[in-house]
Design a protein around this ligand. Structure first.
Ligand SMILES: [Zn+2]
Ligand SMILES: [Zn+2]
Length: 244
């Protein structure tokens, strides 16, 4: 059984009752985190989730609303959870250098044999006995090279796509959403106007579409949009859990 818990569903800044991005994926007795914009460490504890079960933390891109609490997550692997170990994948080398400097500035002690840093890249960048993670570059951060990723996760025979943040014109919407079959596509809902891109979503080959990273000007249109989509479509709220 795979489970997705949305710890934060707000756009680039928190709102009342809404944290920024952070999602927990549980599968096969272990867990993975996609983005740390929400206070994922505290929210995991509130829900009785164990750091000892966490195997990977994957950051889609280095905007603060997706990685602001990353230092706190690394800190958990110091003396608080001395037997826990997890892979942390950042989207760019410079971010990893900066993170190490920041942890040092906080006088944090962490053990790089248990906090295993890596750099995500296009294609399969992480695989263990439970999950396979594939990076798909997007153009969310302008300029070259870009360091923003959609992520494809495969576990228990389930196929899940996180779009991450995209361009305002959605020209970088992952083509795999239209060419492969998905159990769930988790799409952001901020950097575009949903009514102008209905066609992009109509073409998705998925059983369920979940919107997160949501912003008011799109939320208020969803009453009209939802009946037009031919698959189950959900606008996630903070704390929502979905079982696949
Ligand atoms: Zn964002
Ligand atoms: Zn962003």
């Amino acid at each position: 059984m795979m489970k997705l818990t949305f710890f934060g569903t707000s756009h680039g800044a928190p709102e009342i009752g809404r944290f920024c991005s952070g999602t927990l994926l549980e599968t096969d007795g272990v867990s993975y985190v996609i983005d740390c914009g929400a206070p994922v460490d505290a929210l995991m504890l509130n829900r009785g989730k164990r750091f000892e079960d966490l195997r990977g933390v994957f950051i889609t891109h280095m905007h603060e609303d997706h990685m602001g609490t990353l230092p706190a997550m690394v800190k958990e692997f110091g003396h608080y959870h001395p037997t826990a170990h997890a892979h942390f994948f950042l989207p760019e080398e410079a971010a990893l250098d900066a993170l190490r400097i920041w942890q040092n500035a906080m006088h944090d002690m962490w053990d790089e044999t248990r906090v295993l840093f890596g750099i995500s890249k296009p294609g399969v960048f992480f695989e263990d006995e439970h999950i396979r993670v594939t990076g798909i570059q997007t153009d969310h951060i302008p300029g070259y090279p870009t360091y923003a990723y959609a992520m494809e996760l495969k576990a228990e025979g389930k196929h899940v796509l996180f779009t991450g943040d995209m361009r305002g014109d959605l020209k970088d919407f992952p083509t795999a959403a239209h060419t492969e079959n998905w159990d769930v596509i988790v799409s952001e809902l901020t950097h575009f106007h949903i009514e102008q891109h209905l066609e992009t979503f109509l073409k998705c080959r998925t059983k369920t579409l979940i919107f997160n990273h949501k912003i008011e000007y799109n939320i208020e249109k969803m009453e009209d949009i939802l009946p037009k989509l031919p698959f189950e479509t959900i606008v996630a709220c903070d704390g929502d859990t979905f079982i696949l």
